[in-house]
Design a protein around this ligand. Sequence first.
Ligand SMILES: NC(=O)c1ccc[n+]([C@@H]2O[C@H](COP(=O)([O-])OP(=O)(O)OC[C@H]3O[C@@H](n4cnc5c(N)ncnc54)[C@H](O)[C@@H]3O)[C@@H](O)[C@H]2O)c1
Length: 365
Amino acid sequence: MMCIYHLLKLVNRLAKIKVGVIGVGNCASALVQGVEYYRDIDDEGECVGLRHLYVGRYHPRDIEFVCAFDVTTEKVGKDLSEAIFAEPNNTVKFVDVPKLDVEVLKGPVLDGISEYAKGIVKVDSSPEVDVAQSLKESGAEIVINLLPSGAPKASFRYAEESLKAGCAFINATPTFIASDDSWAERYAEAGLPIVGDDLTDQVGATFLHKVLLETLNKRGVRVYQTYQLDVGGGTESADTLERSWEAKRKIKTESVMSVLPYRAEVVAGSTDFVEFLKNGRDSYFWLEGLYFGGVPLRMDIRLSTVDAPNGGSILLDAIRGVKIALERKDVGHILSISAYAFKHPKKILPLLEADNLFEKYTGTD
Ligand SMILES: NC(=O)c1ccc[n+]([C@@H]2O[C@H](COP(=O)([O-])OP(=O)(O)OC[C@H]3O[C@@H](n4cnc5c(N)ncnc54)[C@H](O)[C@@H]3O)[C@@H](O)[C@H]2O)c1
């Protein structure tokens, strides 16, 4: 006979949110590890590093990865639990992940692989699968796009396949999809929610820069010049430098500028790739302003993080938020989720307002 403890564990493992993953890179690694790491934690007090243990009634363990797509020999054909640790992924391993029985499928390559990545990985030679069909067969209800930032063609293609398969779409990349009216309308017409674009990190440079400027502004300081620039060593940092430097800089700068009620000279973006940092990221903040009596003030700060885990907490929130949108039959661009979890929603809201909107929408304290 099964004891109550094992019965509870079994119930815990009956997942309720079925997710398809596009791109099994560092970010996917942190996400999959995160579900495992928090699986057995029930006490908010023990829940270190997670913004919300529950979003609505959903716990991270309610998320089940049901299919995954990639294009490289190191990942295609492997179980997702192994592929998340395959090269060139170089983020931290913070938990063992048991076999998930999800084979990574070969997706369409298009512009997925950058020149830098071509030097370290090989594109798998097996034929690409029918993505929409595979999503349908897996029972996926939500697709999460974690492709490289410089791969807009591939991102558009997966957004199309997700639509065909009747799945909600989460776009963590900076390619404009969820914030684009025509995509949002197409998802709305299909009766599906879509959120994005460009994931906000838990303690990311954009977030910290905004908090810093917002706080200084509230305290009467007039910041007239500020920059935030960072260096990292993950494949995504190399890709940004090669293919999406300009787009990322535009998104970050606009997002940072949105917190100041006056015009200032603001620059925010990525600067370079430093391979030996692995998935580490060093972000440098500099600002000059005037405080009481017009006296000058200068700040110089460095934040050191590991990139992929920085996206984990907000991704878990976005997935659970989208599940709630599906249940409510809310369709098209969902601002209550996008404004909280992404740098480029349709409309950028003040940080606190975005937080409150998400928590109200999802019924989360
Ligand atoms: N904290 C974060 O990690 C964070 C924050 C904000 C935004 N993002 C965004 O998330 C995305 C993923 O970041 P990452 O660090 O995991 O990148 P990554 O380079 O580590 O992973 C990308 C993965 O996509 C795969 N891929 C490439 N082309 C493909 C295709 N056509 N089909 C299927 N798979 C393909 C690659 O092989 C790789 O496994 C990026 O767009 C990044 O801008 C991440």
